[in-house]
Write a protein that binds this ligand. Structure first.
Ligand SMILES: O=C(O)CCC(=O)C(=O)O
Ligand SMILES: [Fe+2]
Length: 260
């Protein structure tokens, strides 16, 4: 299914900029996080009081918070900002004595990106990064969607500066089958997207097949351009656990910004 994918297997300033500017389809680092600790970290998640179950849909649970729930609600947005610093500390403790995968990525990018990598800050308020998503065994696929914060928070100065949005995912569990990350090179405009809207994504009917289907291994890091259409296949025979952050790109002269 791979349609001449343009891939990089290294994290460098060039590969990051190429990804954000559409010259690469994805960056795949294998391994990124020690495989041998992933299982016990996943077991810890289910015992944590940060674990929030879903009763329906392809998601079994999540840990952490996602900005998109607050797009239409100033109250939820305020709660998001208020929770962010303590949540970062508590999420970090979940991985102790190991470094969290998102902290590891942020530090490595801070070292290699000329202008550093930092947690995003909107109007003086810090965001949180490192959302854990647990997909249930046997759940359906996610909706194809594009993540472009400029569509939802166009008035925030930092967001105005973003010229690219990258999704970083580290996989802590992968099912024996399914759970692929599907990438299209296609990028609908906001108007085209809204005309096809379902809930958070769009209807799959009528879409061409994805250009790329990726089955990462446990411990892998994948970075891709979230402004392009993408979706997750349902997990079969086991759960799928990923730790995610978006990375805002504002050109090579500005810091990379992390948030979930
Ligand atoms: O879990 C994944 O592989 C990708 C999830 C996703 O939609 C994203 O990171 O934007
Ligand atoms: Fe996404």
């Amino acid at each position: 299914m791979i349609n001449e994918a343009r891939i990089s297997t290294s994290l460098t300033p060039e590969s990051i900029a190429d990804l954000a500017l559409g010259k690469l389809d994805y960056i795949h680092i294998t391994p990124f996080y020690p495989q041998e600790i992933c299982n016990s970290i996943v077991e810890r998640f289910s015992k944590s009081d940060l674990y929030i179950s879903y009763t329906e849909g392809p998601m079994q649970a999540k840990l952490g918070q996602q900005l998109y729930w607050g797009y239409d609600s100033p109250e939820i947005m305020e709660r998001y900002y208020k929770n962010a610093p303590a949540l970062m500390r508590r999420m970090r403790e979940l991985y102790s004595p190991y470094i969290s995968p998102i902290d590891k990525l942020r530090l490595e990018l801070d070292d290699l990106w000329p202008h550093g990598a930092t947690l995003a800050c909107f109007e003086g308020k810090k965001l949180s990064a490192g959302l854990v998503r647990i997909l249930r065994d046997g759940g359906g696929p996610g909706e194809p969607h594009q993540d472009n914060l400029g569509w939802h928070m166009p008035d925030i100065d930092t967001v105005k500066g973003f010229t690219g949005q990258i999704g970083a995912n580290i996989y802590l569990a992968m099912p024996p089958s399914g759970g692929e990350l599907q990438l299209w090179r296609k990028m609908f405009t906001k108007e085209e997207n809204d005309a096809r809207a379902k809930s958070y994504g769009i209807k799959a009917e009528g879409l061409p097949p994805p250009d790329i289907s990726l089955s990462p291994e446990v411990g892998d890091l994948v970075l891709f351009n979230t402004r392009r259409l993408h979706c997750i296949n349902g997990a079969r025979g086991g759960i799928r656990v990923s730790v995610a952050s978006f990375i805002g790109f504002s050109g090579t002269e500005k810091p990379l910004m992390f948030w979930s």
